[in-house]
Design a protein around this ligand. Structure first.
Ligand SMILES: C=C(O[C@@H]1C=C(C(=O)O)C=C[C@H]1O)C(=O)O
Length: 498
């Protein structure tokens, strides 16, 4: 192996303008796991430590390998440690799943510039990253996993800060037929090289031939359980009625109001069993678990993409307007038809679509979308859905889009300022990660964020579940309450063996 620093210089000078714009990682053309000896890996780490000395700061070393088919959720279940942060997301209908745990690098931010601060942190980290392996494969290279609150300040005592991101020590992801395992490690000038080499070598062997039999499977808790409405029973209908008065007065057009229910059981909730249930029942949704490493996990199955950036394109969507699923085919079709022609739901949906277009207007993108929403049919509910996509300029970064789009009126309201003020006044609990942007950023400035809906915060024997509905002129408090009940029912079925 030639000297890493020489290789870095070579590969930097050979890079095309385009790749220079999107990635500033050091990508030496070596794969220490490809030649598959601990000695080669040890020599590689020694060169990384030398690079840390030259750069005057530790280097994030990211080693990716293509492995045999692995199930990211099963891997997470096998390695699950309540004391370690993790991020898991899977969308079976789109063919991907990713799980990562333990912290190589992390960052927290709050305030109006939280996404801009995260972008700057990622750029600084990538400038001091050495990545090896098949970086063109999906989910290869370092990924930055986010947990972001709805609000840009977290409430005192919240389980998560307003924004937290981390690069996991290990990550396994499946996309279609390809599975990639990534090990990330921070290497300082004085890193204990032998220990590092042994650890990564063991991980390499483990992910190459994974043994699922050591998983400590946990059953989902059963009844008895208690459900407590935060804010007291009847508080939601009163809040909706008040919002309708304010809408009639012309204070704002739409506000999304949510409820929180706290379930208590005699046995502990365990995210893994819940997630297996969610991913099977909601293959079109993002099933997810985000653990804070202090025993609390935010889990759910969200139907809503905030934004995805890949291959020079961005994909977002308007999702608003809901109806129940029917018991029979004809009842179901009647609900679907009613939704597609509901003036109130179409208006509610249009507000979201117009707002997405307005927030992206000054970027000069050519947005592509259908003129009429289509139906998104989930196991428990129908939604109106309009996918939106556009080509992006090469320097576009997903976090710029996240900062502009969040919160869309699908989870906030319109116009934004008076609607968010009403939401804060009328809701009876801090939202935490509920309805916040959750997802990841890759080393090219791409990635994917979904909205943390149909979710619950699991904490020992309690789970606080969240569900909301959009309120516009013509909404009826009892119907909106019924819509949130449908959303809660889906979660409760996943959380417990009910
Ligand atoms: C607010 C939620 O969902 C949002 C509200 C919808 C509606 O009011 O029709 C539909 C989809 C979501 O954008 C939630 O699930 O908690």
């Amino acid at each position: 192996m030639t000297r890493l620093t020489d290789q870095c210089r070579t590969c930097h000078s050979e890079r095309s303008e385009k790749s220079r714009a999107i990635s500033r990682m050091k990508t030496p053309p070596v794969n220490p796991t490809g030649s598959a000896t601990p000695e080669a890996l040890g020599a590689f780490f020694a060169q990384c430590a030398a690079e840390a000395r030259t750069a005057g700061r530790p280097q994030l070393v990211s080693i990716s390998v293509v492995v045999d088919n692995l199930d990211p959720l099963a891997v997470l279940e096998s390695i699950f440690e309540p004391g370690e942060p993790h991020f898991y997301a899977e969308r079976p209908a789109q063919g991907f799943g990713v799980a990562g745990a333990e912290v190589a690098v992390e960052f927290t931010a709050q305030g109006a510039r939280r996404f801009a601060d995260a972008k700057a942190f990622i750029a600084a980290t990538l400038a001091n990253t050495i990545a090896v392996g098949p970086l063109a494969e999906p989910f290869a290279g370092p990924h930055f996993f986010f947990a972001a609150g709805f609000a840009d300040e977290a409430a005192p005592g919240a389980a998560f800060p307003s924004l937290r991101l981390f690069v996991p020590r290990w990550q396994v992801a499946r996309m279609g037929d390809s599975t990639v395992a990534v090990a990330n490690v921070l290497v300082a000038a004085d890193a204990p090289l032998e220990m590092l080499t042994a650890r990564i070598w063991r991980a390499h062997a483990k992910f190459g031939a994974f043994d699922y039999s050591r998983a400590k499977q946990k059953d989902r808790p059963s009844a008895p359980r208690m459900a407590e409405e935060i804010g007291g029973s009847g508080s939601y209908q009163r809040a909706v009625a008040q919002a309708l008065t304010e809408i009639a007065r012309g204070d704002y057009q739409k506000v999304v109001l949510a409820r929180a229910l706290r379930y208590t059981t005699t046995e502990e909730f365990h995210p893994m069993g819940v997630l297996n249930h969610l991913r099977q029942r909601y293959p079109d949704c993002y099933s997810f678990s985000i653990a804070n490493g202090k025993g609390q996990s935010f889990i759910g199955a969200s139907p809503e993409r905030l934004v995805r950036v890949a291959g020079g394109r961005m994909h977002t969507a308007a999702l608003a307007g809901s109806a129940p699923r029917g018991q029979s085919a004809s009842e179901d079709a009647a609900f679907a038809q009613g939704l597609l022609h509901s003036e109130k739901d179409l208006r509610e949906h249009r507000l979201v679509l117009d707002s997405i277009a307005g927030r992206l207007a000054d970027l000069g993108l050519q947005l592509e979308h259908a003129t009429q929403p289509r139906l998104l049919g989930l196991a428990n509910v129908h939604h109106l859905h309009t996918p939106v996509s556009a080509s992006l300029p090469a320097e576009a970064h997903i976090l710029d889009l996240v900062a502009r789009l969040h919160p869309t009126p699908a989870v906030g309201g319109a116009p934004q300022e008076p609607a968010l003020a009403a939401m804060r006044r009328l809701e009876t609990f801090p939202r935490g990660l509920y309805a916040g942007p959750q997802g990841w950023v890759d080393h090219r400035g791409g990635g994917e964020f979904f909205v943390g809906l149909r979710s619950a915060l699991i904490d020992g024997r309690t789970a606080t579940a969240y569900a909301g509905a959009g309120i516009v002129a013509g909404s009826e408090p009892e119907k909106e309450f019924a819509e949130t009940e449908l959303k809660f029912k889906a979660l409760l079925e996943a959380l417990t063996q009910s």
